[in-house]
Every structure is written in C-alpha cells, then in structure tokens.
Design a protein around this ligand. Sequence first.
Ligand code: FES
Ligand code: FE
Length: 384
Amino acid sequence: MTATPFSGPRASAPGPELIATLPGAAYTDPAVFRREQERIFERRWFCAVRAADLAGPGAFRTVQVGRESVLLVRDRRGEVRAHLNICRHRGARLCTEESGTVRRTLQCPYHAWTYGLDGRLTAAPNLGQMPGVDRTERGLIPVHLREWLGYLWVCLAGAPPSFEDTVIAAATERLGDPTALDRYGAAHLALGRRITYDVRANWKLVVENFMECYHCATIHPELTDVLPEFADGLAAQYFVGHGAAFAGTAEGFTVDGTGGFGRLPGLDDTQDRRYYALTLRPQVFVNLVPDHVIVHRMFPSAADRTTVACDWLYRPEVLASGADLTPSVELFHRVNTQDFAACERTQPAMDSRAYRDGGVLVPSEHHIGAFHRWVTDALADDPS
Ligand code: FES
Ligand code: FE
C-alpha cells in the first residue's frame, strides 16, 4: 500500500489495551474530506431518499452525494430515475430546490433546455434548426440506483460495487443471519417522524460514536434505563447477532418505559424485547426494535459539518390509528441530541496539538479500529 493522508509517525505505540485512533487532521483537513468524497461517497452505495418521499409522478428530490448533486424523480410510469442534476447544455444546476413536483418535464432555468422525466432531451430553443443534435446523446447523465429497505440508494461509480456484497453483507455480518433484517419489513413501514440534525462535526466522529457504548452510562440515562446492559459500556455492535435486552421494567422502547405498538408481524421470539444497531458504511445506521425501525442517513457537507436525517418508521396501521408517537420518538431523539452534542464537543479538539497524533480506543471500542482501517484503505492510492 502506498502513502495515505493518515500515514506518518506516531508519538508512541499505545500498548495492547489501547489502540490508536486516526490523527486529528483526518477530521479537519479539507483535503482529506475531498478525498473521502471522491474515494468513499462517490464510489460506494449511498442511501439517498426514502422511496415514499417521491409520492407520485413528477415528484423529485435532489441530494448531495460527494461533490455531485443527484436528482431523483418519479416518472409517469411510477419508476424512479436518478441522474446527475446538471444540464447538458452549459452545466447549470437543473433543479435548485431540495424537493418538489414537476408536471411532465424538467426545464433548465438558464436557456430552457427541457428533459423528460426519463432524462431524455425533449426540447430546446431552436432545436428544430439543429438537426444534427442527438437528443439521446444529450440527455441527463444516469446514476446507478437500487431500492432496499424502502430507501433509494445511488452509486456514482462507473462500475458500482456489488450491493449484496457490500451493503447487504454488512447487515448480515452484524446480525449473523441473512433473514433477520428482512423480518422487520422496513420497506413496508411508513414514516412516522423525521428529524434532521445539523451536526457541526466530522462524519467519522458520528460513525465512531454510534459504534461504541462506552459513553452510554455517561450521556444516555434514558437509553440505559431501557437497555441496562448498555451501562456496562459494551455496544451491541461488539457482538455478532447480539441484541441488547430490554429492562424488565420497560414495556416498550419508549422514553418513559410505556408500551409501544405491538410486535412487527414478521419477528420471531429472539427479536422480541431487544434492540439491534447496524452500521452500514459509509453513511447509514439502522436501529431495530420490536415495534419500529429507526434509520439514520448522514449527509457530510464539510470536514466539520454533517447533516443527519433520522426517520422513525412504523406499521401504517399505527399511523392511521392516530396513535401518539411522542414517547416512542422522544427516546431516540434524546439519544441523538446527546450523541451529536458529544460529537460537537469533540470536533474542535481535532485541531488541537493535543490530538495531532490522535487518541486511543479502549478494548470495548477496538471494533472502531476496523472502521479506521476501512477508511484508510479507501483513501489509499489505487495499487498500480
Ligand atoms: Fe441549461 Fe443552458 S445551461 S439550458
Ligand atoms: Fe450514543
């Protein structure tokens, strides 16, 4: 392997109990962030949009993926198309809104080149006087698209990595069973609540925080009330297939210990009264509890800035009943708020000389070392 942005001497080897983190610059250097955009977010599968957010024909969303803006739109036949959000004439951004609905076409606001919802160039001023222009050739640039868990995943790579061998394999590796996640039926759940957090921290700090529970006893009193084993500092993600058991006093996964909304129909007994957390690199967390599913999507926008969209998903019947979701949503909203405050408290220190060589991971955090190796390898120069 050749040099990476993270290579370089360390002050001292930390010893067997403590392993080194990435150095501080990995969380602050704009050049590192740019390389992550190029080598990670623009090459891996990226969870962009909840499919149901594109409710009908003409509904669109724009999403920043690495350095690119991607436009997802539902066509007249109900299929979603993904393209780069760039006009093929002189490069103006086609849709400047984050979301909206168009009628039948997408029209560039600069010189009015007009595209069908399938991306084909359909009209342009004076196009009739340019018979040599191939409308197919001048259509929008397509982006690879895949639907899974009710979300639309995109990949900007020319030849994307296998979705099965990367995203789905990561879920199977964590849960130890390829069918365990399917049983929650996430694709058929409905959005009960979405909260978007503007986190002033590097995306890797958010991932690292999610992967460990060494902090749970300190900052998550409500969560450790429901999941007492988290107070011991071992994250559920430390063990393959392990879900954290609910406290005997907790009727459901709620902020006040009250009951939730009944067990999702596909679950087996081993999944009842347990919480499972999955990290699907690079930017998705999935949280599984018996009556709902919580999905975090991260949208890194700068070395020190990450938007996190958190969705709470329930059976459609629960939402139709008008049930009060507050005790259910409030538990993980507090966890999110506590976690992101911790990340924001850490971010400024990444620039300190105290953290030039990084920090250390205690044994219950050692699995974060695998994440650091994954990032480091992804940023390494391609073997020649
Ligand atoms: Fe879009 Fe000219 S840049 S029509
Ligand atoms: Fe936490």
